[in-house]
Design a protein around this ligand. Structure first.
Ligand SMILES: Cc1ncc(COP(=O)(O)O)c(C=O)c1O
Length: 403
């Protein structure tokens, strides 16, 4: 037997994406007793487990072997009709043919980026923003610029000022602006109605696309989410959502909604097969039987109680030493500490004490945000949330004392 000699040369990996470790998940899973407040995953009790079991069986029994084939032209039309009808709640009026099902909304972000951006194009994002999208835009070799959020979401006056200044000075304007309108990840805030309209107007005036990522829209604990940005500029918005937060992320089904032109361009990135036919069939069978409103009310009851547990523990253990907006929905509380705090400095100690969180810098495209931290209230139950916040406070005050 011959042995290939060991190759000592470094391999020149593609430079597009820096080799950064995955955020949050690795920390959360490597110790079984750690309370993973870093983990932005749904609570497994919210999965409609029995109904999914029945739906999976029904999918095979009713569709036979077709349910297990490569996807045909478009999958079951029921699901596209259902999504189009449900979207009317966000003032989105579309034909089912304007809905593109994808492998989670993460894939829809990727297809949108590939459709809208050439290498070197400018993409504008929020500060903070969702790192999954940032990594996709980096892979698309976009130049990223960020704009701050406040309690009403993205500060559109800053965006407008930057656009007008860019035109005046001949600087590039964006091809795409990525925004989370409802229960922002990580900010927890929602974009005001006025700002939605303003963004739509700007997209039309300056001819860029808005990528409206509405992953958390159904998780509204108090008031229903507002009309989408899409509804104000359907020709210049790609709207995204997902079943990951309402049914189960393992199903891997999300969708994009847009004009026929943009949807047919995005569709070309499916090579061979579409999003899993089997998942589509299962979800279609599920939604034919599951009382969806009741299901959503139940999971929002759980998340609302979790949020309340987190908010009261934060008040109990941190008092005025941390600021945050109480989120009206979604999964996250975004903590703002004093100016001189760097939350990355106690992430390890917190972890050793038994709680994980994600430090602020990871949510920004520029080197900033050190005094912030993201906590997720979705995955753990109320007691663990309470205990996790207490451990976090222990780590924080030890850090402050040693500074
Ligand atoms: C804002 C946002 N968009 C998109 C996704 C991706 O969701 P999925 O690909 O599971 O649909 C997530 C997941 O955490 C998210 O927080």
């Amino acid at each position: 037997m011959t042995h290939t000699p060991a190759n000592t040369q470094p391999y020149p990996f593609a430079k597009r994406v820096p080799a950064i470790p995955p955020i949050g998940a690795a920390q959360a899973s490597s110790r079984s007793d750690t309370i993973p407040l870093s983990f932005g995953a749904p609570h497994s009790d919210t999965f409609p487990y029995d109904a999914l079991n029945d739906a999976a069986s029904e999918a095979i029994l009713s569709q036979g072997r077709d349910a297990l084939q490569y996807a045909g032209a478009s999958g079951p039309s029921f699901l596209l009709d259902w999504i189009a009808a449900r979207s009317a709640r966000r003032a989105i009026n579309v034909e089912p043919s304007q809905v593109l099902l994808t492998y989670g909304s993460q894939q829809a972000i990727d297809f949108a980026a590939r459709t809208l951006l050439d290498p070197g194009d400018h993409a504008w994002v929020e500060a903070p923003t969702y790192f999954g999208a940032v990594s996709t835009f980096r892979t698309a070799e976009a130049v990223l610029t960020s704009f701050p959020i406040d309690a009403d979401g993205l500060q559109t006056d800053e965006v407008e000022a930057a656009l007008r200044a860019a035109v005046k000075t001949g600087k590039p304007i964006p091809k795409l602006l990525y925004v989370m309108p409802n229960f922002h990840n990580p900010g927890g805030v929602s974009l005001s109605l006025e700002r939605r309209k303003k963004l739509a107007e700007l997209a039309v005036e300056f001819n860029f696309f808005i990528l409206e990522d509405d992953a958390y829209t159904e998780l509204a604990f108090e008031e229903q989410a507002l009309p989408s940005i899409y509804s104000f500029a359907p020709e210049r918005v790609v709207y995204l959502s997902t079943f990951s937060k309402t049914i189960a992320p393992g199903i891997r089904l999300g969708w994009a909604i847009g004009s026929r032109d943009v949807i047919s361009r995005m569709n070309t990135f499916f090579q061979g097969s579409k999003a899993s036919v089997f998942s589509q069939e299962i979800v279609a069978q599920l939604l034919k039987k599951l009382p969806f409103e009741e299901h959503i009310a139940k999971l929002n009851g759980l998340y609302r109680a979790n949020r309340d547990a987190m908010v009261s523990a934060l008040k109990q253990y941190f008092g005025d030493d941390v600021r945050f907006e109480v989120p009206g929905g979604g999964f996250f509380v975004w903590l703002e500490f004093r100016e001189d705090v760097d939350t990355s400095q106690f992430v390890q100690d917190a972890y050793e004490r038994g709680v994980s969180f994600i430090h602020g810098k990871q949510f920004f495209v520029k080197p900033e945000g050190a005094r912030f931290a993201r906590l997720s209230f979705s995955y753990c139950d109320e007691e663990r949330i309470h205990n996790g916040v207490k451990l976090l406070a222990d780590a924080y005050y030890a850090y402050v004392d040693n500074k």
